[in-house]
Design a protein around this ligand. Structure first.
Ligand SMILES: Nc1ncnc2c1ncn2[C@@H]1O[C@H](COP(=O)(O)OP(=O)(O)OP(=O)(O)O)[C@@H](O)[C@H]1O
Ligand SMILES: [Mg+2]
Length: 374
């Protein structure tokens, strides 16, 4: 656990970068510091590993004031990742990753073996190990930066906008990779970003800072989105926070199992299923149990089979795993307004109707926390 106790940083010119910050960073969680440019995120991060010393207050690492630990010892237990990776340009990738093990006096073959293991772990082809940083893409360099920070297996990782210099697709995959790594490594991570979407995706807890270096709110992402503390936080969260909040709500929807028809069924059977269910949109399922599309029983020819019909597009979600946002997204792809529930193998387990989705989303709104503009 890292604890900020009334931490203030005043630079020599009088700028107050961080103002009386009280914050707890729990062990084995990702805590994100987010806020506009100049709000003191980098300063806060660098005070943890003493690249910058606080003017007032204390930072405790597992109860020990970091000021009592000499910086090289302190930094051995703290990995640090920055924007554009900050790799040493004249060193091969493998040697970049092995930087800290070399400093710790590991023998060369052990340090290189560790580096190779980490390259794999962050999703890089070990064939890249003998290249120089300029021979890698931005996203690959960023992965190397993460591998280097993990090399000595530090319990704490500080990440300062590590993914902000890469394009959105690479960025998404780096974020997913970090979450996957964290699910096995359980590091105590402080992650800085100015991107609120990144913050709510990655953070177990999100601390929103405002310019002047004061803490506006700290909460888990779902609470932040549903109950922003004030207008600044609400505005910072942006206009679509209602939709984004649904990402944190499981898709616990009632599933109808009477709304499917096989893809070789006769038209009369389709009409019968629709009549029995009272609904006209039915999901068509192939012989492997996978969805093929929607049919509208209000618009059937007089004879033939499902194979003769034009199937309408559909979307799926995994019940019990995906969020309500995913289910809603699946429904928006379909003219039926319903979403097809599937299992992990993609086989249909039921249908969430448009009515069930509407009830679930209005149920969320009715919880009524943190309503307001925005
Ligand atoms: N060495 C310094 N001397 C004086 N002021 C500084 C110094 N370093 C940073 N500042 C100021 O302190 C404030 C906080 O800076 P900091 O780098 O922590 O912000 P940040 O939140 O990381 O911003 P960004 O999102 O742009 O990276 C800013 O007003 C900045 O200009
Ligand atoms: Mg910064």
């Amino acid at each position: 656990m890292i604890t900020f106790e009334g931490v203030t940083k005043r630079y020599a010119d009088g700028t107050i970068a961080v103002n009386d910050l009280h914050l707890e960073v729990p062990t084995a969680e990702i805590t994100v510091l987010v806020g506009p440019s100049g709000c003191g995120k980098t300063t806060s991060l660098r005070m943890i590993n003493r690249m910058i010393d606080a003017t007032e207050g204390k930072i405790l690492l597992d109860g020990v004031d970091v000021r009592t630990i000499d910086p090289p010892t302190l930094r051995r237990g703290i990995g640090y990742v920055i924007q554009q990776a900050g790799l040493f340009p004249h060193r091969k990738i493998v040697d970049n990753v092995a930087t800290v093990p070399y400093l710790l006096g590991w023998d060369k073959s052990k340090a290189r073996a560790r580096a190779m293991e980490l390259l794999e772990r962050v999703g890089l082809d070990t064939a890249l190990a003998e290249r120089y940083p300029f021979q890698l893409s931005g996203g690959q360099q960023q992965r190397v930066g993460v591998a280097r920070a993990l090399a000595a297996d530090p319990p704490v990782l500080l990440m300062d906008e590590p993914f902000s210099a890469v394009d959105p697709i690479v960025r998404t995959s780096l974020q997913d990779e970090l979450l996957r790594l964290q699910s096995d490594l359980h590091k105590t991570i402080v992650f800085v970003t100015h991107d609120i979407d990144e913050a709510v995706k990655l953070g177990d807890r999100v601390a929103v800072l405002r310019v002047g270096g004061t803490l506006a709110q700290v909460a888990d992402p779902a609470t932040l989105l549903s109950a922003p503390a004030d207008d600044f936080v609400r505005e910072f969260l942006g206009r679509d926070r209602g939709i984004r909040r649904l990402s944190f709500v499981p898709a616990d929807l009632p599933l109808r199992t009477d709304l499917t028809v096989p893809d070789d069924a006769d038209i009369s059977k389709v009409a019968g299923v629709a009549a029995a269910s009272g609904l006209t949109w039915l999901a068509v399922v192939d012989s492997g149990g996978r969805p093929s599309g929607w049919v509208n029983a209000a618009d059937l020819p007089l004879s033939g089979t499902v194979a003769d019909l034009r199937l309408m597009p559909y979307g799926t979600f995994v019940a019990g795993r995906d969020s309500l946002r995913s289910a809603l997204d699946a429904a928006l792809l379909a003219p039926s307004g319903g979403a097809i529930a599937v299992d992990d193998e993609g086989r249909v387990t039921g249908v969430a109707t448009a009515g069930a989705l509407a009830a679930a989303t209005s149920g969320i709104a009715a919880e009524g926390v943190g309503t307001g503009r925005g």
